[in-house]
Design a protein around this ligand. Sequence first.
Ligand SMILES: NC(=O)c1ccc[n+]([C@@H]2O[C@H](COP(=O)([O-])OP(=O)(O)OC[C@H]3O[C@@H](n4cnc5c(N)ncnc54)[C@H](OP(=O)(O)O)[C@@H]3O)[C@@H](O)[C@H]2O)c1
Length: 354
Amino acid sequence: MGFRVAVVGATGNVGREILATLAERQFPCDEVVALASSRSIGRQVSFGEDDILDVQVLDNFDFKGIDIVLSSPGAKVSAVFAPRAAKAGAIVIDNTSQWRMDPDVPLVVPEVNPDAIKGYAKRGIIANPNCSTIQMVVALKPLHDLAKIKRVVVATYQSVSGAGRSAMDELFAQTRSVYVNDPIKPEVLTKQIAFNVIPHIDVFMADGSTKEEWKMAVETRKILDPDIAVSATCVRVPVFIGHAEAVNVEFVRPITEAEARKALRDFSGIAVVDHRADEGYATPAEIAGEDLVYVSRIRKDPTVTNGLAMWIVADNLRKGAATNAVQIAELLCERYLDRKGRVTAGRRIAPALT
Ligand SMILES: NC(=O)c1ccc[n+]([C@@H]2O[C@H](COP(=O)([O-])OP(=O)(O)OC[C@H]3O[C@@H](n4cnc5c(N)ncnc54)[C@H](OP(=O)(O)O)[C@@H]3O)[C@@H](O)[C@H]2O)c1
């Protein structure tokens, strides 16, 4: 007896990783439905070692009887389909930016704010944070518990998989073009990404920051503490999978490197790799495919009172998206649903249940 699960955006980078993660973690599903756009009619996707799923079209799919939806079809699509799925009785765990800052939608990282999940009852939607936010708040949480964070300055080094399949294809094609001396014409990203870095992710805001930078600030405050100031610079780099972040943290009270290292080591979901020697730190290429958040280069920041600097790396498609979403689903089932998808605690607002 398991759940009926739908994966929306199943042909995309995140959707395929969600299917793989559900299978690897043996999420208790009786049925898994793969949904994408009409462009994917006739396509199939793998689920686990043995199963192949026919992709169905989202537009005319009836969500009645579906317990949980894990979705990543882009914000505009999510804006339309998620309320429809919730109305039909499903609980939607959404990876897009559409619902994250809605006050009636919880924004959850299970290691950081698991109790926020109870807010799912308001709209039947739970939001998965931005990939860069997730890995940062996992590393900040044990430090915030220790010494209360005042301010964070972060520069990201974000892989092209964060911009979808087409951006990965663009990096591959441009790299080849450089070697064979073909002209380079950026189509998905704003400038040449092969052998280059681009300080521009998502659209520009009125104050000169980008929306990705804004997301890191407001999401961190919603998940961790509304009083934390965050200054972010988000940069796309020519890496296929894995985001890295150089983070400087300012605390309210003094914190030693040893205290910070111990708190990070003891925290669920973090691996500290910090040997101050060749190879003694994590890089994206080494941790692709892993679920943990890696913290390296932990050291004092002597330029501010009570400062600490560190390097945080995680797989943006795993902990930055699929793993976090499946962990939310696991928590939801453990706390609020029985194996038939029925609500056992809290209240779901779907018409069938109110
Ligand atoms: N990549 C990351 O690191 C990451 C992390 C966190 C959150 N996200 C978010 O997750 C979303 C997807 O990212 P991605 O990297 O998986 O993108 P992607 O590789 O481009 O995949 C997009 C998916 O959405 C589907 N889709 C697009 N338009 C649709 C429509 N009208 N109806 C139904 N399905 C539709 C696509 O189906 P077709 O194949 O049929 O076009 C595909 O399955 C984005 O909102 C992104 O911001 C991404």
